[in-house]
Design a binder for this molecule. Sequence first.
Ligand code: AMP
Ligand code: FES
Ligand code: ZN
Ligand code: ZN
Length: 331
Amino acid sequence: MARCSVCGAPAVAYIRYQRRYLCRDHYLEFVESKVERAIMRHRLVGKGDRVLAAVSGGKDSSTLLAVLSRLSRRIGFHVVALYIHLGIYEYSEKSREASIRLASQLDVPLIVFDLNEVLGAGIPELAKASKRPPCSVCGMVKRYVINAAAVELGVDAVALGHNADDIAVYNLKSFLNQDLEAISKLGVKTESIPGVAVGRVRPLYYVYEKESFLYSLLAGLPFLHEECPFVERRQMEVELKETVNQLEDKRPGLKLQMVSKLAKRVEDYPKPKGSIGRCPSCGLLSSGGECSFCRVTRRALGRPMGPVVREWFRRRAQELGLGASWRSSLS
Ligand code: AMP
Ligand code: FES
Ligand code: ZN
Ligand code: ZN
């Protein structure tokens, strides 16, 4: 039986690119220290900071929240989690349950934002009314709601669960399309724009998808194994994922090298053109005129719903004692 390279206990994992076997405890420590190094190297989160972790109920979010909650005690920052109920039938019900169980197991405050409850419509209805594919409306809605929550809760950063495989595949796909502006968005973090947008960080940037999955299992975290029923199996992404994995098989560590190099060079890629402005309806980030969220909700529901979402989070922040005063209330 293989033994842990650190302590000699029975091994549960083999890290090919480090040629190391690890037992359960040292495996969990291995993933946590990867995230901690990313946080330190890129100054993702500092002592006393307030972080909003966006959780979907899947394995990456569960690893993200568990590792952040552990590191928050060690480094001294505060974490609150946000789950957005997208109104995607049974899938959303199950992922909400998983997120609630996760947050309660980790003892992290969780805010559940329900699209149907606040807007009177979920992703299927918004997609139908705006005649756009559900995944594209969903991506836009999630980005908007997460940012609105972060602005109203007064956090310093939003943490997202993208892993190294996600970044590697988007990077290759964007390169093949020569969409260099898309590559410019694949860094470890984006900066905040005061009052308009809160910076996003990707603490799992150097964590492989397989590593995140094994972490969730070994740490006994609740997570949903199913995928969203709307997920578009874009052929190119599926093939690129397979290709990257085949290359990784032959050259262990290749994905890690790719994302590490990208993290260093991302500033060299051209940023999307268009000015950074404020949406006239909701006041949050827009690349010119009304933001996509206000436009889509205006078309689907008769009025721009950005201000309603912002007001909902403002009230939630007050009820929870978050907002300006939550630093002291959580410490
Ligand atoms: P995706 O857009 O599905 O690739 O998800 C990217 C990241 O957005 C995830 O890793 C989560 O951090 C966050 N996220 C996805 N779905 C949700 C959700 N329903 N509620 C809150 N955050 C989410
Ligand atoms: Fe958004 Fe599937 S999670 S469409
Ligand atoms: Zn060990
Ligand atoms: Zn708006």
